[in-house]
Design a protein around this ligand. Structure first.
Ligand SMILES: [Zn+2]
Length: 321
């Protein structure tokens, strides 16, 4: 539809990012609000306020609304559980549709980010399939197959961060052990550095000794600045990311793998080792065997969720007609 627009929202634990998005993925207007994470009533009010603001900017109170939120979200837009907001079996889509004009679509934050990258970011080169992993505090996952998001039977699919890569391994926030998220997230970079420091395995001349706080972010920054020990720690996490990528490639055989999230500040320091580990582990990936699909950095940055959510909402409206 020419000139079609939609509202896209990305609901994080501390902030709510929103945008008015054109059908080609251009963000025409941006808006940001703090998320009052403790009070679900207030969260709903804040979301409603943002949707109204963006629809007003567009001069159309019936624009479709797409929402991406962290959590386990059913196909009907009910949030079964969310890690940052006290939503349990919370009918977010239904509640919002009573408060705002226009149809509402609610999906997992990594799913909408994957859709954004597939539609108009790094995944645009893919014809019909793509896998995305977001390496941030945790590890999010999104899959596109045959030109559509893979949601599974209930909407809970594509949770690539919870592929179990080390049975009995380090604890994951989900309650299991050894998930990809537990060993390949930004937090895992921070934890690897903390453990190396405690074990006396960090050379005395490393800048890690001078860091005020040890987090994925600070260790990644040290690696970018050339600290050899930090580079090795990031590469160690990149290895596990590659192990996860190999399993994803074996399961879906995507045309490309897109890596996003804050961890991608490490760029090739993370991606390089991930590619090597993945190539060594895909089925038929030996020296004379099958080619690895390209593993590339996401290009939409923080906009991926907002853009993907809006475009999904537009597509849903189109398919209803
Ligand atoms: Zn997990």
């Amino acid at each position: 539809v020419q000139g079609a627009r939609a509202v896209g929202l990305d609901i994080g634990g501390t902030k709510l990012a929103g945008g008015l998005v054109a059908a080609d993925g251009t963000v025409l207007h941006r808006h940001r609000l703090a998320t009052p994470a403790t009070d679900t009533e207030q969260v709903l009010e804040t979301i409603t306020e943002m949707v109204s603001t963006l629809q007003s900017v567009a001069g159309d109170r019936t624009l479709p609304v797409g929402i991406g939120a962290a959590g386990i979200i059913g196909l009907d837009g009910t949030v079964r559980y969310a890690p940052n907001i006290a939503w349990v079996d919370y009918p977010l889509r239904e509640l919002l549709e009573k408060r705002v004009g226009g149809p509402v679509l609610v999906d997992n934050d990594a799913n909408v980010a994957a859709w954004g990258e597939y539609s108009c970011g790094a995944g645009r080169a893919a014809r019909s399939s793509m896998a995305m992993l977001t390496v941030g505090t945790g590890v999010g996952g999104g899959l596109v197959d045959r030109g559509a998001l893979v949601r599974g039977a209930s909407g809970f699919g594509a949770e690539l961060g919870h592929l179990i890569v080390i049975e009995g391994g380090p604890p994951c926030p989900c309650g299991n052990r050894g998930c990809l998220e537990a060993v390949a997230s930004g937090n895992a970079i921070g934890r690897a550095a903390t453990e190396a420091l405690a074990a006396g395995a960090v050379p005395t001349d490393s800048s890690l000794h001078g860091l005020e706080t040890i987090t994925g972010k600070t260790v990644t920054a040290a690696a970018q600045a050339g600290d050899t020990c930090a580079i090795e720690l990031v590469a160690g996490v990149g290895f596990w990311l590659g192990v996860g990528i190999a399993s994803v490639v074996n399961a879906l055989d995507p045309e490309m793998v897109v890596i996003g999230g804050g961890g991608m500040n490490a760029g090739e320091l993370l991606l390089g080792p991930a590619r090597v580990a993945a190539q060594e582990r895909i089925l038929g990936g030996g020296p004379a065997g099958r080619d690895m699909p390209p593993v590339v950095a996401a290009t939409l940055g923080d906009d991926a969720g907002v853009v993907g959510a809006a475009l999904l909402a537009l597509a849903a409206v189109g398919s209803r007609r």
